[in-house]
Ligand binder design. Structure first.
Ligand code: SF4
Length: 494
């Protein structure tokens, strides 16, 4: 007879920080005997890990919570829990409880470590539970089991929160002020992950450059020192990445450590947001474009094979044509390997929302298309220059159907190439054979040697999923939504 195992489904919205926090929620649920499933119909508990960065993310979340109503009517014992950045804001938490009375638990970003207790409370009392604390130090006490989902990659929080208050950003209001994890905890976690076979560790924080943790003797240490210490597990072959950096806080000391390191990647994400000093000032970014450009130069001088990537906001309130031209200028200067360009959209509760000089939508769209044109020109040219060169690649996954391997370069770029499954999890040399637009195809250098090395090393198949476990459910929810829309349309036409 089949065992009656309880099932969970986690729906994750937003950034990498949320993806990692969903791994922590999954760890709590698995420790309590739940198993992961891929749709709400099978689930005994559905957890929404929400995002508050963009307005359309919220609409999507509300829509998805609404879709669970009928399932909850059919399965009244199913628990629905809403956590993350949206529910950390009191107005949203109240709205959720009022508009969706079938929601059982609402919890804030800082209450994640306490989720097990909230679940227990809900089960024992049979009443709704709503806990939202402002105490950001709770996260430091977490010693959670993490159900990691990403093959050779693992994420490690080094700090929580942000002190910067960029005028467009909601993060400091929902994640609180910066708190850094003690260095010893981070070193222990990374060493453990390496011993378990993880090969690429990404350090997470809203602004990792302002890390100020304590070492084992209680002395305050910088991000540079943390990186230096993380570079010393020489019994393992691995990479360390970090996200995300703030140009104000990226120190020369950190650049020096990266330049001399053995394991720290040379791909650095350095969000510029705008090339205009007047816009940067209104954004409250605490640096000017001269400081930014001097950082770019310092990185290039000290780390000649470095690759920069960036984020840019187009059409911030008050942005003139001249300001925008200066943004294009910095793109040409920095020669980024990737650019994430976004149209500015108002974020409720931020100072920029109230600015009266909002840029017309048509102008914003036109500027974004010019930005994308220049981005493609730069990236396509830079990628084409890679043809014929050899790179060390970490093989991250294998596609059975296409018989293709996918891997990442030190810069973070993805490359695909033919090869056996046994190469997954290995660092191998790959030659770039073809570049179509910015997509890179390669071939293994010294194929026979690599294959026999990989086969010798191959111990067990590594479970690799590039997407978080819940993507399938997101797809199902989207399909349900579309179906409902079509049915509603049919009904209204009758
Ligand atoms: S640095 Fe600015 S954009 Fe980044 S999380 Fe902090 S406030 Fe938001």
């Amino acid at each position: 007879m089949e065992k009656n195992v309880k099932k969970y489904l986690i729906l994750t919205y937003g950034c990498q920080m949320n993806v990692h926090e969903s791994e922590k929620l999954a760890g709590i649920l698995e420790t309590n005997g739940y198993e992961c499933c891929t749709n709400a119909i099978d689930a005994d508990i559905v957890v929404f890990n929400t995002c508050a960065i963009r307005e359309n993310a919220e609409e999507k979340i509300f829509g998805n919570i609404g879709e669970l109503k009928n399932i909850k009517i059919a399965k009244p014992d199913m628990i629905i829990a809403i956590g993350g950045c949206m529910s950390q804001q009191k107005n949203y938490a109240d709205e959720i409880l009022k508009k969706y009375p079938y929601v059982d638990i609402v919890f804030g970003t800082h209450n994640l470590a306490d989720f097990e207790n909230l679940l227990k409370k809900r089960k024992e009392s049979g009443k709704k539970v709503s806990e939202i604390t402002e105490d950001e130090t709770i996260a430091l006490r977490d010693r959670l089991t993490i159900a990691r989902t990403s093959g050779v990659n693992a994420w490690v929080n080094i700090m929580y929160g942000c002190n910067n208050f960029c005028t467009y950003c909601i993060v400091p209001y929902v994640r609180g002020r910066e708190v850094s994890r003690p260095e010893e905890d981070i070193l222990r976690e990374v060493k453990q992950l390496l011993s378990e076979g993880y090969k690429q560790i990404t350090l997470l924080g809203q602004n990792v450059n302002s890390y100020k943790g304590k070492d084992k003797d209680g002395n305050e240490i910088s991000f540079a020192k943390l990186l230096f210490d993380l570079d010393n597990f020489d019994e393992y072959k691995y990479r360390i990445r970090f996200m995300t950096s703030h140009p104000r806080d990226l120190s020369s000391e950190t650049i020096d450590v990266i330049a001399k390191s053995k394991h720290i990647c040379h791909g650095i994400h350095l969000p510029v947001q705008s090339g205009s000093n007047s816009v940067l000032k209104v954004m409250n970014r605490h640096y000017d474009i001269e400081r930014y450009n001097s950082l770019v130069k310092e990185i290039r001088d000290k780390i000649p094979d470095s690759e920069l990537t960036t984020d840019i906001i187009v059409g911030f309130p008050g942005e003139t044509e001249d300001d925008f031209e200066q943004t294009l200028e910095v793109m040409r200067y920095a020669e980024y390997m990737q650019i994430f360009g976004f149209i500015y959209s108002k974020r409720k509760g931020t100072p920029a929302e109230k600015m009266t000089n909002q840029v017309d939508t048509k102008v914003k769209k036109e500027r974004l298309s010019r930005l994308l044109e220049l981005k493609n020109e730069i990236i396509n040219r830079r990628t084409a220059e890679m043809k014929g060169k050899e790179y060390e690649v970490l093989v991250e996954s294998y596609d059975e159907n296409k018989n293709l391997l996918y891997g990442s370069l030190d810069s973070g770029k993805t490359i695909s190439f033919a090869g056996p499954k046994t190469c997954v999890g290995e660092f191998i040399m790959v030659r770039v054979k073809e570049v179509r637009k910015s997509v890179i195809y390669g071939e293994i250098v010294n194929l026979d040697e690599t294959i026999s090395f990989a086969e010798k090393n191959f111990k067990h198949p590594i479970e690799v999923s590039i997407l978080p476990k819940d993507q399938n459910s997101m797809k199902i929810l989207r399909q349900n939504k579309q179906k409902k829309k079509e049915e509603d349309n049919k009904k209204s036409q009758k």
